[in-house]
Design a protein around this ligand. Sequence first.
Ligand code: GTQ
Ligand code: FE2
Length: 362
Amino acid sequence: MTQTPANADSDAELSTAEKQLYEDFNRFGLIPLWTEREDLMPTAPAPQAVPYVWHWDDLYPLAARAGDLIPVGRGGERRAISVSNPGLPGLPYATPTLWAAIQYLGPNEVAPAHRHSQNAFRFVLEGEGVWTVVDGDPVAMRRGDLLLTPGWQFHGHHNPHPKPMAWLDGLDIPFVSATDTGFFEFGEDGVTDRSTPHRSRSERVWGHPGLRPVAATAEDTPNSPLAAYRWEHTDAALTAQLEVAADGHTGVVTEPGHAAVRFSNPTTGGDALTTIRTEMHRVAAGERTAAVRETGSSVWQVFDGAGAITLDGMRTDLVRGDVIAVPSWCEVAIEARTDLDLFRFSDAPIFERLNLARREYS
Ligand code: GTQ
Ligand code: FE2
């Protein structure tokens, strides 16, 4: 069989019979591989999404303006503003699989309860005073906390405090959309429980290191039953990793000067969410991470400190709150000017399960 250029239709070299063949392919809803092969099966991932940085100094004031102008309520459901990757124009997607949005809730506002197949989390950069009510369990949101809303659990948010609050939402919306696997249901109006406990029921049952309730052992759940991962624990774990490594013990940190933890499901030890990996990283002042590329995409948010990130050779300064999209196979290296804490989420659990995960150090 003859190889033809990708754009076979406009090739003047084609015989009449060949032209007729392509017309008939089209008429019968067919496309031959040989005209498309290089796009369909590139030698290495060639993402449409591009590496990109959104600065918190731009995001937050826009969210606050939306807070003044746009009510939150039934229908629209959330005052959430997604980052839109410039390589995926017009789509509210950070990457082909991940949604990342800033959500803003003013004093006394309520985001009504609903549920959906999409898995979600909230990560709090600053502020407090909102409770997210997950399947009837009110969960306080405070700086540095990771709050989970696994797929199909009812959730609504309410802010009983006099100050507005904004946070980062991460969801697998683009993945669920691309695979036509999503369902959505409204809950009761408002949220079911307006109480404001310091610790949620899920933390009281599941939030004790290394201790699993015996009553629940029969139930391994695909998503974590722990609704909140508190900053005091995350911070202590990162601090301890660097200290133990500094004492000369090997295999504790990710690489010298770089501590990292993954938020895990205490029933299985796997990722906290089935489709989304969540991690917190700390790069010590003056250190830089080894350049690495991975299949699958990720989003980072600077939690604290200052530094820079180099994405496929392009270096950008980072400060608190900045949000970074990293497409598949994009080379990433991070430099810490001060101690630099970064939250990261990715689609790694999907691709690890499918044996499509690859990583390469430069
Ligand atoms: O808070 O329930 O950013 O359903 C996107 C979809 C947040 C939420 C988002 C959602 C939510
Ligand atoms: Fe939701």
